[in-house]
Design a protein around this ligand. Structure first.
Ligand code: OOG
Ligand code: MG
Length: 259
């Protein structure tokens, strides 16, 4: 199918997701895919998912750490939407039959107690809107072959969203030093990576502020009760069948994921 506008781009990316089909970068086929039209594609895909019965439950940030930016070779953060269909309950294996080439990455997750409306949100005002903090593991799954994309491509693809798992330990923000909150990433019994919250934009609250201000530039806001994934702290690891991934946090507990 020729991709010539926002509508056809949304149709193609949704079809790739539903058919578990990967493809080349859309920017190589449609030169009109810039940052603004890519967010319009993201919003159109969301509109169709909501029309099909899904519910918006928050937002995710992507590429907020150096580890992620260097690996993906895209050097700017972005936001995407979270819906209820993306929730994976703890203990449930990665649904391989729905996904193309899933990877897992540890994240610090906020649940908002108040709306957060940009522009001009700072890390401090962002933190004041946070009700609870959790550990999370995001399961990303790009619709682009080999996770090869440019910034507009990955924006249009809702930041490679697929699933996420929320940890079982919730803490109030004032109980934590999030810059120093560490995570060890374990694959099949070996620690393969580690990072602290400071890896995420210097502090995960900076990522939250960035999301609020980015949404404001599109006339949108973060809402009370929403979940915000602040972005992978480390590089992501493949979760092929049989792979056991563990994310072990200082104060936010551990999450185990079975591929
Ligand atoms: C893009 C999605 C990035 C994160 O936390 O950085 C993301 C990708 O790596 O495919 O979710
Ligand atoms: Mg992520």
């Amino acid at each position: 199918m020729a991709i010539t506008d926002i509508d056809s781009c949304a149709t193609e990316l949704l079809a790739c997701e539903e058919e578990r089909r990967d493809r080349g970068p859309i920017t190589e086929e449609w030169s009109g895919l810039d940052q603004a039209s890519a967010y319009a594609v993201q919003d159109e895909v969301l509109r169709r998912k909501v029309a099909a019965g899904q519910r918006v439950i928050g937002v995710k940030l992507g590429l907020t750490s150096r580890a992620k930016q260097q690996r993906m070779n895209v050097h700017a953060p972005l936001t995407g939407w979270l819906t209820d269909a993306m929730v994976l309950q703890a203990g449930v294996p990665v649904p391989q039959d729905q996904l193309i080439h899933p990877r897992a990455e540890p994240e610090i997750v906020f649940v908002l107690g108040a709306d957060l409306v940009g522009p001009g949100v700072t890390a401090a005002t962002a933190m004041a809107a946070v009700d609870m903090v959790y550990a999370g593991v995001e399961i990303i799954d790009s619709r682009y072959r080999d996770f090869r994309f440019t910034l507009p491509d990955v924006i249009a693809d809702n930041a490679s969203s697929a699933k996420f798992i929320l940890g079982g330990v919730g803490r109030r923000p004032e109980e934590l030093d999030l810059m120093m909150e560490a995570c060890l990433l374990e694959v099949n019994g070996a620690i393969v990576d580690s990072a602290t919250g400071g890896a995420v934009q210097g502090h995960p609250a900076e990522a939250l502020a960035l999301a609020a201000n980015d949404l404001a530039s599109r006339g949108l806001r973060l809402e009370a009760g929403w979940i915000v994934l602040t972005g992978g702290m480390t590089d992501a690891v493949f979760t092929t069948p049989g792979t056991n991934v563990g994310a072990h946090f200082t104060s936010l507990g551990s999450i185990a994921v079975r591929g």
